[in-house]
Ligand binder design. Structure first.
Ligand SMILES: Cc1cc2nc3c(=O)[nH]c(=O)nc-3n(C[C@H](O)[C@H](O)[C@H](O)COP(=O)(O)OP(=O)(O)OC[C@H]3O[C@@H](n4cnc5c(N)ncnc54)[C@H](O)[C@@H]3O)c2cc1C
Length: 468
């Protein structure tokens, strides 16, 4: 197809940069490159905005917000407010969610157009170190950026049928609340859907092969989430491996290697995402790959000097803001600036379940590996001592990991809304602050950010609302 209508703004090549894939990584690269005066072509086979906008971050967070509203109305009496919870109108929830996506999509299309980026609709393929072909038409650039993203993986022998056995793609389109669900995978995506469905009234069981939910987080955070999920009656099987699924009249029967079976209406497969890199010409052009991911250096350049790659396609954290950061860094490098490489430990991570789990920096166990068992100190500030958290009736903590006599190297938080605290945590980590540096900052009362301040006060040896 020729340059698209809709977001089209027509400049023909040759381009300074041709970007394959218009998701978070690709479009961020396009916007920044155009801002730096480069002539940019952005190739997208689906919808501008990619996974994050259409099938990921935004729609899931809209569902999680609807879930929070459901919980608030169901549990309002504990705040002295009488309401009656009548149920979930899934078509209306979807209309709300789709409305959010549609407004952001329109805004993004407008942005791309306003920056005079040539938006090419169609399936692209890398055909040389400097060219992408779309429907027989060649787009030449001084540089090419690969940003084709990822897809929901499954396990060997586990077929996604899209109705009883589904991935997040279909889960976001369900027109009903299932009576019961087995969620295979207790990572971020699995825990978020488990949280939504439980709030919507489904019976949920998570199956996780590793010993904990959100296994990449600090173990204390995982255990706190598990405690909270137990209280919410979200069931989970940890250290349990999937062995098979059978279709039944009512849905599915899932078998585990430990001999247990679980029956449910649906099986959500949330076992991770694999790079979209097959049959796109990458290997033929000589781009080095590893397990399907495109290999890059710390500036996201591949072994082919004119080709860079960003986002879920490369083996870094699969997060939208990582894609944004990498896309911007590549655009700046191609624009002759000297951007610093990304410190991936300093990237904030949030699981937006109820309660939320948020972190930045390294876990206690990684800190021990790095600095030795005696080379670190930790402090856990319980949200029980935080006024705003009490008002919200949430439980959790702010945990600090510091290098002994050195800076704070990890901040780990659990509780309702703690995702919003990660911005300060990220500054603390990024500025290599000592507990004393943060302790001297006055935090607004009563906010949850106070818990961050109080944790640093306590670690600096001068606790306020905590026992010393
Ligand atoms: C359910 C879910 C929830 C998530 N929640 C969050 C969250 O809360 N926060 C967060 O930070 N991250 C979240 N993520 C992850 C986030 O969505 C991804 O990290 C991000 O979208 C990656 O961006 P990307 O540009 O690398 O890839 P994508 O967004 O996947 O974009 C790649 C684009 O390339 C296009 N493309 C692929 N092949 C071709 C081709 N041959 N020709 C033309 N176009 C092509 C695709 O159509 C797609 O639009 C979530 C993901 C999922 C699935």
């Amino acid at each position: 197809m020729a340059d698209s209508a809709g977001t089209q703004s027509g400049q023909n090549g040759p381009f300074d940069v041709v970007i394959l894939g218009g998701g978070s990584g690709g479009y961020a690269c396009a916007l920044r490159a155009a801002q730096l005066g480069m002539k940019v072509a952005l190739v997208e086979k689906g919808e501008l905005g990619g996974t994050c906008l259409h099938r990921g971050c935004i729609p899931t967070k809209a569902l999680l917000h609807a879930a929070e509203v459901a919980d608030s109305s169901r549990e309002s009496e504990q705040f002295g407010v009488r309401t009656s919870f009548e149920g979930i109108d899934m078509p209306a929830v979807n209309a709300y969610k789709d409305g959010v996506v549609a407004r952001l999509y329109k805004g993004l299309q407008g942005l791309v157009k306003s920056r005079k980026i040539t938006f090419v609709e169609g399936m692209g393929r890398l055909v040389s170190p400097t060219a992408v072909e779309v429907d027989g038409r060649r787009y030449e650039g001084k540089h090419v950026v690969l940003a084709t993203g990822s897809y929901a993986k499954s396990l060997p022998g586990l077929d996604i049928d899209g109705s009883q056995v589904i991935t997040s793609d279909q889960a976001l389109k369900l027109d009903r609340v299932p009576a019961s669900v087995v969620v295979l995978g207790g990572g971020v995506i699995g825990c978020e859907f488990a949280s939504v469905w439980k709030s919507f009234g489904a019976e949920v069981t998570i199956v996780e092969a590793l010993p904990h939910l959100v296994p990449l987080e600090d173990e204390q955070s995982s255990k706190m989430l598990e405690r909270a999920f137990r209280k919410r009656k979200i069931a989970f099987e940890l250290g349990a491996r999937f062995s098979g699924v059978e279709k039944t009249e009512g849905g599915v029967k899932v078998s585990l290697e430990n001999g247990k079976t679980i029956e449910a209406e649906l099986l959500l497969v949330a076992v991770g995402r694999g790079p979209t890199s097959q049959e796109l010409g990458y290997e033929q052009v000589g781009v080095e790959m590893e397990r399907g991911f495109v290999k890059v250096d710390e500036h996201c350049q591949t072994n082919v000097p004119t080709i860079s790659a960003v986002g879920d396609l490369i083996p870094t954290l699969q997060l939208a803001h990582v894609g944004f950061g990498e896309g911007i860094m590549v655009a700046e490098r191609l624009g002759g600036l000297e951007p610093a490489p990304i410190d991936y430990d300093g990237v904030p991570r949030v699981t937006y379940s109820e309660p939320e789990v948020a972190s930045v920096g390294i876990t206690e166990s990684r800190a021990k590996e790095k600095y030795g068992d005696d080379g670190i100190e930790t402090l856990t500030y319980d949200l029980a001592g935080n006024g705003k958290s009490q008002i919200l009736k949430t439980a959790g903590f702010v945990k600090l990991v510091r290098q002994k006599d050195g800076p704070v190297v990890g901040i780990h938080m659990v509780g309702s809304r703690v995702g919003e605290l990660v911005a300060e945590a990220q500054l603390i980590y990024g500025w290599e602050a000592y507990p004393d540096d943060v302790a001297s900052l006055v935090h607004a009362h009563p906010t949850q950010t106070e818990a961050v301040g109080e944790a640093h006060l306590a670690l600096a040896g001068k606790p306020l609302h905590a026992h010393g």
